[in-house]
Design a protein around this ligand. Structure first.
Ligand code: ADP
Ligand code: MG
Length: 231
């Protein structure tokens, strides 16, 4: 018996049209990820890694092909359905954390919960649980500018997992961090995969960050090589 993939991308095509003409980013691209896989997506700058990540998260539409997440086809969904689906299914983690400067850590972590029908007490319980998981409980009253890069990324990870989405999409999550702090963040991601069975797709240009994943995919000149094994 084979296990159905959790993420399944088939014959994906994406092009951008601009005043300079048409750019074909990728075409006929295929890959799948089982649940609880941790995959690093590598490749040169401009090869389309962020575009692919955004397509999987329903932030960017394809020009052809299909993307299924948890059996659901997202390519043809309306914006309203997609944003609801995103809130339940995806946690995004970015290179520069994308925290709201006016909110403290607790307020930032709470944001995704405001889209769900939860009372303040339950929201607070979940914020505290997510903060605990990433080791940032001691900074909940701090604003982003009062925290180090590593602390801000922990807050961003807590925000990504607070509504318990099954899929985490990370775009260079350690791109702005020193080696020791990167290792801490990558260990958190690996724990989320192993212990909470999160499926993780992580763009990185750093080979030592990619080693934390189970597999390495490489995107170059519109082709995806899915044969890479991490050490
Ligand atoms: P990577 O994340 O691998 O560096 P991107 O996915 O950001 O690459 O970009 C892939 C290609 O698509 C690049 O050539 C980039 O210039 C182009 N591109 C990305 N976003 C847009 C956009 N919104 N409009 C036009 N071209 C874009
Ligand atoms: Mg990018």
């Amino acid at each position: 018996m084979s296990v159905a993939p959790f993420v399944e991308v088939s014959a994906a095509r994406k092009e951008y049209r601009s005043t300079g003409g048409k750019i074909l980013v990728f075409d006929r691209l295929n890959f799948s990820m089982p649940q609880a896989a941790f995959i690093a997506l590598m490749g040169p700058s401009g090869s389309g890694k962020s575009t692919l990540l955004h397509a999987v998260g329903g932030l960017e539409r394809l020009d052809g092909g299909s993307i299924r997440v948890g059996g659901r086809q997202i390519a043809g969904e309306s914006e309203a359905h997609l944003s609801r689906w995103r809130a339940e299914t995806i946690g995004f983690i970015f290179q520069f954390y994308n925290l709201m400067p006016m909110l403290n850590a607790a307020g930032n972590i709470e944001l995704p919960l405001l889209l769900l029908p939860l009372g303040p007490k339950e929201r607070r319980r979940r914020v505290e649980a997510a903060a605990e998981l990433v080791g940032i409980s001691h900074r909940l009253r701090h604003r982003p500018r009062e925290m180090s890069g590593g602390e801000q990324q922990r807050v961003a990870i807590a925000r990504a997992i607070v509504s318990d989405p099954p899929l985490l999409l990370c775009d260079e999550p350690t791109g702005d961090l020193d080696r020791a702090t990167s290792t801490e963040v990558l260990e958190i991601l690996r724990t989320l995969c192993r212990d909470l069975r999160k499926t993780i797709l992580m763009v990185t240009h750093d080979p030592s960050a990619a080693e934390f994943a189970d597999r390495i995919f490489t995107l170059d000149k519109g082709r995806l090589d899915t044969a890479g094994m991490a050490a």
